[in-house]
Design a protein around this ligand. Structure first.
Ligand SMILES: Cc1ncc(COP(=O)(O)O)c(C=O)c1O
Length: 400
């Protein structure tokens, strides 16, 4: 027997901690434990029927739905994506400047593959979405992590200036953000655009939570100025706003040569995203779902319950985020305390204790570059959220 040797590049990445914890919470639930999993990064609503029906009709009609499409997507969907960018974001992209991918994660992966050479630096504001540094590492780039926890989870122009070097190739912008839910204002983004002016640095603006803004407004980085437009690739998708995580469609808009490079890569890797999903997305992008205002109302109510409830717990400090469906409380006040025989020495131990002793699953902040914090998703029922807060509060009372 031989042991196959893996490529060095896979040794540089770890499996997704969020997916692993979600699986762990599900396994405990399958064993009959009453676990409340606040780990998931997906809405708990169903894909609206009119989108589902478009897919069913396409499947029944047979023909094109059974076939490949061009690797970057059907001409009709590239047009629809370009139209969406204009309608919602004020961005003028021609259909050649946009493409569809197998989820926004895949859009990010393709873009990083297209831009990053060995040793290139990528500025990643922390707390960050877990996949950004992993993807950069995979391609031999160097994540330059900039902590934003003392500036309201917003990257400041000074911090950006300090992190820039001649090797900087790309800056990640993610508003509303995962894991913090922070919404970056127009002024905050404009200040970053001003710092980048005159450099050759690209921006990946991940706008997957665009439609889930409760306070403030959504601003597309590329819409700030012609200069910002020319350096930005805007990434979005249907997963969060249309409750379509399983359909696996993301999309990107940006400079034509960058999109062409991403398209060439896609033509040799996945080929087109599933044709049936493209056809459903065509319907989805025509207008916002009628359900969206109701979903937002529910998310706001849940956010207020979970953020308010966590804030009332001794040692926990939780801000009220303006978007997405996560809260990102600071648990540093618990570090050094004990629960029975267990010393809470870091956020991993806190999450382990909350999972096994309070039966509430969250994701340790360290996974997002923010030790001492925990991410809870409030894409869960009102009842689950209320109970989860009660359990964490009861656990807190037992700390010594
Ligand atoms: C910030 C961010 N970008 C991208 C994605 C990926 O979205 P998709 O499901 O479309 O791949 C996620 C999903 O959790 C996310 O949180």
């Amino acid at each position: 027997m031989i042991e196959l040797k893996l490529a060095q590049r896979v040794g540089r990445i770890q499996p997704s901690a969020t997916l692993a914890l979600t699986a762990r919470a599900k396994a405990l639930a399958a064993e009959g434990k009453d676990v409340i999993a606040l780990t998931a990064g997906e809405p708990d609503f169903e894909t609206p029927d009119y989108i589902r029906d478009a897919a069913i009709d396409a499947l029944k009609a047979k023909g094109p739905v059974d076939r490949y499409t061009p690797a970057s997507g059907l001409p009709a969907i590239r047009k629809a994506v370009a139209h969406k960018f204009k309608r919602d974001n004020g961005l003028e992209y021609s259909p050649e400047q946009v493409m569809v991918n197998c989820g926004a994660k895949h859009s990010c992966f393709n873009l990083i593959a297209a831009l990053i050479d060995e040793g290139d630096e990528v500025i990643i504001p922390a707390p960050y979405w877990v996949s950004y540094p992993e993807m950069v590492n995979f391609f031999g780039g160097k994540p330059v992590v900039v902590d934003t926890s003392s500036t309201g989870f917003v990257l400041t122009p000074d911090a950006l200036k300090k992190a820039l070097t001649p090797k900087t190739k790309l800056v990640m912008v993610n508003s509303p953000g995962n894991p913090t839910g922070a919404v970056w204002s127009r002024e905050a983004q404009q200040a970053l655009a001003d710092v980048l002016r005159g450099t050759g640095v690209a921006v990946l603006s991940d706008e997957i939570y665009e439609k889930l803004v409760y306070d403030g407004e959504h601003v597309s980085f590329a819409s700030l100025s012609d200069d910002a437009y020319s350096r930005t690739v805007t990434i979005n998708g249907v997963a969060k706003a249309y409750a379509m995580t399983g359909w696996r469609i993301g999309y990107a808009g940006g400079p034509k040569h960058v999109i062409a490079a991403m398209g060439a890569l896609q033509s040799h890797s996945t080929s087109n995203p599933a044709t049936v999903s493209q056809l459903a997305t065509l319907k989805a992008l025509a207008e916002d779902p009628a359900e969206l205002p109701e979903w937002k109302r529910k998310f706001i109510a849940r956010r207020d319950v979970i953020a308010g409830g966590l804030n009332d717990i001794a040692g926990v400090n939780c801000s009220r985020p303006g978007g997405a469906f996560y809260v990102f409380p600071d648990f540093r006040g618990w570090i050094g305390k004990s629960h029975g025989d267990l010393l809470l020495k870091d956020d991993h131990v806190i999450c382990e204790a909350l999972l096994t002793r309070a039966h509430v699953a969250g994701v340790p902040g360290s996974e997002f570059g923010a030790p001492g914090f925990v991410r809870f998703s409030y894409a869960a029922s009102d009842e689950e959220i209320r109970k989860a807060v009660e359990r964490i509060a009861a656990f807190a009372k037992e700390l010594k």
